[in-house]
Each structure stands twice: as structure tokens, then as C-alpha cells.
Ligand binder design. Structure first.
Ligand code: TRP
Length: 329
């Protein structure tokens, strides 16, 4: 039995992953290495859509790659690579762009949201979902683990795969979204009605920030004016979030935790969560630093991943080129 193939990507748009990234998605990437044939990519081309500083792109790409290894993505088990190292992403994107309707692309809600926040949106931001489709289709992925916010991009990817296959002959696997249901939804520590996000840094726990800061952020998390530790995301979002975090990091169910906290105050919960997150972050930070201090090794690992990814991507691209009538080189 061959394992189903998985592909997912993360943008190198922050200096550090945060607890929400880890518990919501990346933890799943790590687990899937045992059950799936996993391809994971740092999508640096996607990061260019908002014209960041070159030094920032470089630094964040290296750091994201190192952080993925540090959380447990094993470059021997997974094909871990940097998107721009595999030029087929850009090539297939163009071919897919030519079968994408302008109206179809215009309906992408993430583009509408993102472009509304910018003074001048780039064409790259507009075609972003087509590049994402290329990322996925190049590897014949069966499943794509993504968050709910990527559902529409996955639908577009499926439509493009189906359209290409029916117009030019069977070429691409039509991928299924793997919207992870039982992953922990982590909210902002200061504004527990918002999802934890780097855009609200005061309520966001970055895995690479000083351990003291992590501790402080968790200990000053917003709770409520009651005193009972109970799980009720609607009425007690702050306390419930801390319980979710403790449960996700330790594997103990929320129900069991609630029982164990009987008679205790919020301070006890915060103290435990802070300890648990710090205990995770400390070895993570050491491993990231170790990797970033050995650039030669990091580049070697990037090349291993890029070579392996290119084998698959090149075969798919030649096939797609032939079917569209392009003469392969
Ligand atoms: N758009 C995705 C996000 O912002 C990142 C991404 C790019 C991706 N290419 C992908 C995710 C391919 C899954 C598969 O989260």
C-alpha cells in the first residue's frame, strides 16, 4: 500500500511561528509524516506578493525552514523544500493561469480582503491562488492539510485540475482538502474573540521570543470576572483558550483538566500553561539556533529537499507541457 501523498505550504512572512500556527496546523504536519508521503514547502514566492524587504525575505525563509525542522519535520521522512528552488512552480502556474477565468480568480475572497488593506495590490497577489494550485498539482497530492481560510483556494485548485484533465487528458490528481477538525483553535490572549495572529502581537505567543516574554504574556492573559475554571468558549473564551492550549500541548483532555483544577483559581491555570509552553519553546529555540548557526548544513538540507521535489515536479510539468502542445526542451 502506498501512502497517500500530502502537500502543504507555509509563508515565511513572520520572524517566528506562534502557538496558534503550531497547535492549529504544524503539529498536524508532524503527525502526518507517519501516515502519509509528506511534501512541505516554505512558499517564499507567495511571500513576494506584498513586496517585503529582500533581507527580510531571506532571513525569514531560512528561519522558517529551520523552525519546521525544529518542530519535528524530519527532512529524511518528508520532502521539505523552499518553493523558489523548484522552478516548475512558476512554470506550471503560468499554464494554469491560462485556463483560469478572470472572473473566477476575481471571486477569491482572500484577495478581496488583502487588497482592501493595501494601497496598491499587485498582480501577484491576484494570481496567488493559481500559484498555490501549481504547488499542489505538481506533486499529485491526494490531500492538502489547510485551515478553513484556505477552503476556497482548494476549491479553485480542484476546479483547475478537473478542467485541465478533461480538456487535455488525465494529468493531475484532484486533491482533497484535509481541513483538520480536531486541531486546537487558539485565540488571542488579550482579545480572546480574535484568532491568535501575528498582526496582534501583544496577545500572540511567538515560539522564538524570549522565554520570559512568553511567560509574561501567558500570565497576563485576559480571563473573566468569575473564579471557576470551566470550559465554555462562548462565555469564558480566555479561560477556555488556556485549557485548550494545555490540553493540546499535553494530550490530557479538557474534561480531565477541568476536573483537576477544581477548587483552584485562574492563577494556577496560567502558571501551568506558561510552564508547559516554555518547556516546549526552550528546546525548540535551541534547535533553531543550532541550525541557523550552521548555514552549510541548512543549505545542504534545502538542496536535498529541492532535489527530491524537483524529480516529481519536473515529471508533472513535462507531461502538462506536452498535453498543452508545448514542445518540451
Ligand atoms: N496560502 C497558504 C496560506 O496562506 C499557503 C500555501 C501556499 C499553501 N501554497 C500552498 C498551503 C499549498 C497549502 C498548499 O496558508
Amino acid at each position: 500500500m502506498t501512502k497517500p501523498r500530502v502537500l502543504s505550504g507555509i509563508q515565511p512572512t513572520a520572524g517566528s511561528f506562534h502557538v496558534g500556527n503550531y497547535l492549529g496546523a504544524l503539529r498536524q504536519w508532524v503527525a502526518m509524516q507517519d501516515t502519509h508521503d509528506t511534501f512541505y514547502t516554505v512558499v517564499d514566492l507567495h511571500a513576494l506578493t506584498v513586496a517585503p524587504e529582500p533581507a527580510e525575505v531571506r532571513e525569514r525563509t531560512l528561519s522558517s525552514f529551520a523552525q519546521l525542522i525544529a518542530i519535528g519535520i524530519d527532512p529524511l521522512k518528508s520532502t521539505l523544500f523552499v518553493q523558489s528552488h523548484v522552478r516548475e512552480h512558476s512554470e506550471l502556474m503560468w499554464m494554469l493561469a491560462c485556463i483560469t477565468g478572470f472572473g473566477e480568480a476575481s471571486r477569491m475572497t482572500q484577495f478581496k480582503d488583502k487588497s482592501a488593506k493595501q494601497e496598491a495590490a499587485s498582480v501577484g497577489l491576484f494570481t496567488y491562488p493559481i500559484l498555490q494550485a501549481a504547488d499542489i498539482l505538481l506533486y499529485q497530492a491526494d490531500e492538502v492539510p489547510v485551515g478553513e481560510d484556505q477552503r476556497q483556494h482548494l476549491e479553485l485548485t480542484r476546479d483547475l485540475a478537473g478542467r485541465f484533465n478533461s480538456r487535455y487528458g488525465q494529468t493531475f490528481t484532484v486533491p482533497k482538502p484535509h481541513i483538520v477538525k480536531d486541531t486546537a483553535k487558539i485565540v488571542d490572549l488579550q482579545e480572546p474573540t480574535a484568532k491568535m495572529s501575528k498582526s496582534l502581537p501583544s496577545g500572540c505567543v511567538f515560539l522564538l521570543e524570549p522565554l520570559k516574554t512568553i511567560e509574561k504574556k501567558i500570565k497576563s492573559a485576559v480571563t473573566d470576572s468569575e473564579t471557576v475554571i470551566a470550559f465554555d468558549p462562548e462565555n469564558k473564551p480566555g479561560v477556555s483558550n488556556l485549557l485548550t492550549m494545555q490540553s493540546a500541548f499535553t494530550g490530557t483532555s479538557v474534561e480531565e483538566l477541568v476536573v483537576s483544577y477544581e477548587g483552584q483559581m485562574y492563577g494556577a491555570l496560567k502558571k501551568n500553561v506558561a510552564e508547559i509552553v516554555v518547556a516546549f519553546a526552550e528546546p525548540f529555540q535551541n534547535r533553531v539556533n543550532e541550525l541557523l548557526n550552521d548555514k552549510a548544513e541548512l543549505h545542504r538540507l534545502m538542496k536535498v529537499g529541492a532535489d527530491r521535489a524537483t524529480e516529481v515536479a519536473a515529471a508533472t510539468t513535462v507531461n502538462a507541457q506536452e498535453r498543452m502542445g508545448l514542445i518540451p526542451r
